[in-house]
Design a protein around this ligand. Sequence first.
Ligand SMILES: *[C@@H]1O[C@H](CO)[C@@H](O)[C@H](O)[C@H]1NC(C)=O
Length: 448
Amino acid sequence: MVIFNPTRRVAILFAFIPLIALYLIYNFKLHLFINSISTWPTQRQIVTEISTFARHKLFPWTIKVDAEKEAEEEEEAAAELALSGRQPFTRHIVAVGDLHGDLPNARRVLRFANVIDEFGDWSGEVDFFVQTGDIIDRGDDTVMLFLWMDKLRGQAAAVGDTVLTHLGNHEWMNAIGDWRYVYPSELKTFGTIAARQRMLSSGRIGRSWRKNYTTASRLPLHPSIGPPNTPYPPSLFSFGIQKDDDGLQFRHGHDEDDPLSHAAISFVHGGLSPSYPELSPFPTRINEISDSLLEKLQDRKQPPPHPPNPYPGLPSSATPEESRLYNANGPLWYRGWAMGDEATVCAHVDDVLAKTGTRRMVMGHTPDFRNIKSRCNGKIIIIDTGISHAYGGVLSALSIHYTLTPIGDDHSNRWYEKEVVSALYVDRQEILVTNEREITGSFFHDNV
Ligand SMILES: *[C@@H]1O[C@H](CO)[C@@H](O)[C@H](O)[C@H]1NC(C)=O
């Protein structure tokens, strides 16, 4: 056919426009931009509906068969959802402050906090137990307490739970040879001064300090930021998805937009001073310095203890960082968070939380003999209540319940996050702070 009339040529061209439009819509899936289109029934659905309606009218007994089939399909869908990773997640943490040589009181506390059973063994009821240091001095049960901590650590690990223990300023004092708070009755439990020195350096307790104790911890509330003490900020080499010990996936990138990037708590004996220069990366930097200082102290010829001998001090080979770890502004002795006035303290806390990749910090060291103290709306929590009979304070433990619960259908990435921080006492519990919010993202965790 030969087209000779220009008007006809234009008319034919226009006739192709709907075809071209359909082609474009189909090819680029433009119809998906119409929001409501997903709710329109498909041709297949319409046919199925009509045929089912007709079948139910003609053969009424098929109604029951169809209902059964539908219930089965729903069950399968629920099972699939359970496998998809959007299950609720919970983590329960219990932390206890200064114990100072009092095993019976320590056992009472761990019992009412449900960390141990009635035989003093790991109960399996909490995921993490944290002790913030100062187990030694002012009481006689040093040996039994440290051996018990190791026993609990082993029992916890056997069922997938974790015990995190810390060196307090009193553990360090003893490592240095500053024995001012060692009771003569406690020294008898070791036998001799030399035996005590050996036990705390190359012996059973000293080796455990070196291997199982740190000066600071960063404890994640959710596994997506990795196992305990994953450094913040993460090193350049550890971006992307990694696997932790259990083969779980977690995102280990420095992503400030990740709603869980700071879902962690710091633990240290004294406090993380805003002007302490070794806060970052946290807690790695502090623990590196702590490891090297402890090694120097334990490996040196043990100095005769003070008193009556002169104060031995840190080894002459101690670096400036190692001296700063042990001075009044360092993590073992700092009291600013406990003693400072509310306005000053709360003005500085966010800066330290941001630097350490955490939401709150927990510490012991400065006792309040009546209460666990929460400051700046739970960003600072001081858990030393003088548990040991040496002080006669109250028996207490800090309990943190973290939950992440999926919201909506499986394709939305919405979660409800809740963290309840409470103080446990012999006869009562007090909620110190509850933080809850809705977040969006894909988070991986084992089912509960
Ligand atoms: C560290 O703790 C474990 C328990 O998990 C214990 O078996 C071990 O003896 C401790 N390490 C040292 C060096 O004492």
